[in-house]
Design a protein. Structure first.
Lengths: 422, 494
């Protein structure tokens, strides 16, 4: 391993540990959980290139920056907030990881607690960045939907901003609990300005017959780092439907761990990553089928231009007990420039025999025949490419049935395309 | 039709069941003391009367190995290997170099008879002319423990300009070729097991096909581990010059023992412009007993370089043996329009563990690769496909197709797929598909309703599942491989 990167990763980890030493008596919430996170982070540090789960996403660019504790600047954030063009409805707004009541609108039918990190029960500190989050988490939302309640849509907005030009990092920690038969659409928007590091961890406990639709739009600032981790556990007949859109950031990774714990539970983990310039984005999933007759579906699409690098790592694990599992995973990539790169690692790990599991992966450029077809009907080149790219993405957007969020995401994709060099 | 008869005999023997290769042969052995250090490396080199450059290369490899760590990324578990508790050199004691098979230790010949491999030079030596219309004969290099004991058909091959001999002999007879190519595809420090092999390899086969020559017969090497507590470290080097063609077969067996034995081979292939190499393996090392006791640890590095334009390397493997298989036959597609292929059937039963697959590195333009992998797990075994497809920046128009299918028999086994796909060129196309399933009840019912027994039905379905791979094997191997599949899975269906 490269000695230099090793040192910078270690030095960076030391920096976070030192910050914890200075802050530990001022941070709110469960001290024991935090101590466990600190112990794990002391052991694991930041992941290096030799860790299998991180072979395609190197954290050296992150490690070379010294991140400070955030100082929130209200005026700047409000301007940004207005620019987002958010859909109406209840929302929780976090600026640099801190809850802002004056910008939020609390829903009536959901119990929400803020002011301290909501650690939940599902997070695994053996994940380096989860340990870091647990150690330094400043704030977060505990979101509880009572059994049988259809809670509609809740928006979580995270805005990041550096502190007078000094890079900052924040570590939001949210816990969502859906009672039996409850349903909720949770839409997240992550945006900001300057250089910052957003490291959120979200846990979702989904009880019997409950449905969580989780829509995520990541449009962080061009200099930002976004490394988020989701843990979802789904009980019998429950559903976790998610779609993750990655547009922004310098270095981004979304990691989803979904555990299908009850019979007939179902998970949908879709994503689209649209990258240009020298952006790097990674979508990593681990779906564990831990009960009979569970199903998982993943459709992940990448559109890469410029010198960008896309990564997809998807693992389906089927435990012995999980007979009649139905697992499907599709990863497709369009490389639209000579310097873009995709690294894909779909994985199956199967211990039950009566299962149906498959994955597919394709990489290529736009189909010349399809382009020709459109061009011959008078569609200009750029528009023709746009049509084909949108068609390519549409399947991944299936879980986005919420009209306002769908429109918001479509608009974000259109804006991205306008700026994309082709 | 000797070849056919022998094949039938082999098949008949195979179908008796169990591990029929589990005998050991009493032959006086010349063994190095247990353990591994620089002196052992020197001893091996001096026993072979090697030139100074080779000894130096070995010592460098050994120094590199000492600094390396045993890889742990494969999905296999085993107790730590004590590299000091092995003999690194074991050779049948014999007079220097048998001139013909008559001089070969009769015990050895008996062993080959038991193996049923077509060592047909006996007949040729006795003056028996090949019958009209007989299939082209197969030239065999037999490697017994660490030493090549007999190579057949040398003269016929020499007439065509083909060199086929033990690598220890090639070091002396063709030092310039060995020096030029040894370690040029798998460098000494490539990985832990390759470094170990480079330090202590004792023999193996060397093949050289000169420009424009189509090798007149199939070449074959038969590896067998016999002595107790020995590691087997063969080194195979195949070079095919412009426009040449060779088909090479490799078979492996080992006696039944209750301690695990280490096998760490290295195979290097070099294909120049328009050259074709077809490399087929039927690996049937002792897999250990039902509890996984004994059995071979098979840690093999196989790699081919398509150096010239339009060259082609095709790997076909049927892996039914070994307690642990760690093997990734790879192709480096350097020449424009070069082609790499990997066809694999891996069967694991009882406590076997297989972690196998391939690497296809596309460097040249319009390079193509095809990967077809069929994994069958039964009993309490684990079967992993691990493969890499990498398209480099300049590989315009590169194309890859990968198909990995796993079949699970019983609910105590595991089937895993770990593909890595890395693409850096927009004009390249890669496709990957993987499925996992069990034997469908309606297929079984169909066969059973037509009077097939449960086991025959499973055998038939499994053979169908593997057909895409088996059809790539040369005929003799294909028949043997089919029967081997049936035998391997015996008793695993209930």
């Amino acid at each position: 391993m490269n000695a230099v990167s090793q040192t910078s990763l270690q030095a960076s980890a030391q920096g976070f540990l030192a910050r914890y030493e200075g802050l530990r008596h001022r941070l709110a919430g469960d001290t024991a959980a935090r101590e466990a996170g600190a112990a794990a982070f002391t052991r694991h540090g930041l992941p290096g290139p030799r860790e299998e789960a991180w072979r395609y996403t190197g954290l050296r660019p992150l490690a070379e920056i010294e991140f400070h504790e955030p100082v929130v600047l209200l005026a700047d954030a409000s301007a940004q907030f207005a620019a987002l063009g958010l859909p109406d409805g209840p929302r929780l707004v976090f600026i640099d990881g801190r809850f802002r009541a004056e910008l939020s609108r609390l829903p009536e039918n959901i119990a929400i607690t803020t002011g301290a990190p909501a650690f939940g029960h599902l997070a695994d500190n053996s994940e380096n960045l989860v340990a870091l989050n647990t150690m330094l988490a400043e704030d977060g939302a505990a979101i509880d939907v009572a059994p049988g309640v259809d809670a509609g849509t809740l928006l979580i907005v995270s805005l990041g901003a550096d502190a007078h030009g000094k890079p900052v990092s924040f570590h939001p920690r949210h816990a969502i609990r859906l009672g039996a038969g409850a349903s909720l659409t949770l839409a997240e928007i992550n945006a900001g300005t300057g250089v910052y590091f957003n490291n959120p961890v979200i846990t979702a406990e989904i009880a019997e017959d409950a449905t969580l639709v989780h829509l995520r739009e990541q449009r962080e600032a061009p200099g930002a780092f976004h490394l988020s981790t989701v843990f979802a556990e789904i009980a019998a007949r429950g559903t976790y439907d998610s779609f993750s859109l990655a547009l922004g950031g310098r270095l981004a990774r979304v990691q989803v761990h979904a555990r299908l714990a009850g019979e007939h539970s179902m998970a949908h983990l879709n994503a689209a990553q649209l990258l240009g310039g020298s952006q790097h984005a990674d979508f990593t999933t681990v779906v564990r089928h831990d009960a009979p007759a569970t199903a998982s579906r993943q459709t992940v699409k990448n559109v890469l231009t410029g010198r960008s690098k896309g990564v997809f790592q998807g693992k389906i694990e089927v435990a012995r007990i999980a007979q009649k599992t139905d697992g499907y995973q599709m990863n497709q990539t369009l490389l639209l420039s000579r310097d873009a790169e995709i690294d894909s690692k779909p994985q199956l790990e199967i211990y039950a025999d009566d299962v149906k599991c498959s994955h597919g992966c394709t990489v290529g450029e736009l189909d010349a025949d399809q382009l020709f077809y459109l061009r011959s009907r008078g569609v200009p080149e750029r528009e023709a490419r746009n049509i084909l790219v949108r068609a390519f993405l549409s399947e991944a957007l299936d879980p986005v049935t919420h009209d306002a969020m769908r429109a918001h995401m479509e608009a974000a994709i259109a804006a991205w395309w306008e700026e994309a060099p082709t | 039709m000797a070849a056919t008869i022998e094949t039938l005999d082999t098949v008949a023997a195979v179908t008796e069941g169990g591990y029929k290769w589990g005998f050991s042969t009493d032959i006086e052995m010349d063994m190095a003391p247990k353990g591994l250090n620089e002196d052992i490396v020197r001893l091996i080199s001096s026993r072979k009367g090697e030139p100074a450059w080779l000894l130096e290369w070995r010592l460098k490899s050994f120094a590199a190995w000492l600094k390396m760590e045993e890889p742990d990324w494969a999905k296999v578990t085993h107790p730590p290997i004590d590299y000091q508790d092995l003999h690194y050199y074991a050779a049948p004691k014999k007079k220097p170099g048998p001139k013909s098979l008559d001089e070969v230790d009769p015990e050895l010949l008996k062993m080959y008879e038991k193996l049923g491999i077509p060592l047909r030079e006996r007949a040729i030596l006795a003056g028996v002319e090949p019958e009209e219309g007989e299939r082209p004969p197969i030239a065999i290099d037999a490697v017994f423990d660490s030493v090549s004991v007999a190579t057949t058909f040398k003269d016929t091959l020499a007439k065509a300009g083909v060199i086929f001999c033990p690598i220890s002999e090639a070091v002396h007879s063709h030092p310039e070729l060995v020096k030029q190519y040894l370690g040029s595809v798998v460098p000494a420090g490539d990985n832990y097991f390759a470094a170990l092999n480079s330090a202590v390899f004792s023999d193996g086969s060397f093949v050289f096909i000169p420009k424009g020559v189509r090798c007149p017969m199939e070449l074959s090497t038969y590896f067998r581990i016999n002595a107790r507590n020995t590691g087997q470290f063969e080194r195979t080097l195949i070079i095919v010059e412009d426009g040449g063609h060779v088909s090479y077969l490799e078979g492996c067996t080992a006696p039944q023992r209750d301690e695990n034995q280490l096998h760490a081979a290295v195979v290097e292939l070099v294909a120049m412009t328009d050259a074709t190499i077809k490399y087929s393996t039927v690996q049937n090392w002792y897999p250990g007993d039902a509890d996984g006791k004994g059995g071979i640890y098979n840690f093999v590095t196989k790699r081919g370089a398509c150096r010239g334009a339009r060259s082609k390397i095709s790997w076909t493997q049927v892996e039914t043996g070994s307690a642990i298989t760690w093997k990734y036959p790879s192709c480096i597609l350097l020449g424009d329009d070069s082609v790499g292929e990997f066809y694999s059937v891996a069967v694991t039963t009882n406590r076997q563990q297989a972690d196998t697959g391939t690497k296809m590195i596309h460097i040249g333009k319009n390079t193509k690769s095809t990967i077809v992998s069929k994994g069958i797990s039964a009993g309490r075994s684990d079967n992993t496909y691990r493969g890499l497809v990498r398209i480099m920046k300049n590989a315009d128009g590169a194309r890859n197709f990968t198909q990995c299918d796993s079949l699970l028999i019983g609910d105590q086994c595991g089937a895993h797929t770990v593909p890595y796909i890395e693409s850096r060129n927009p004009t390249a196309k890669t496709e990957h598909e993987a499925t996992t399933s069990k034997i469908a009840d309606d297929q079984l019912f169909y066969c059973r309703s037509r009077g097939l027994s449960q086991e025959d039905a499973v055998g038939l379905i499994v053979n169908g599942f593997c057909k895409d791979v088996l059809k790539e094997l040369p005929m003799e191997f294909a028949v043997e491989a089919q029967k081997l599949l049936a035998v391997s899975l015996e008793g695993s269906v209930g």
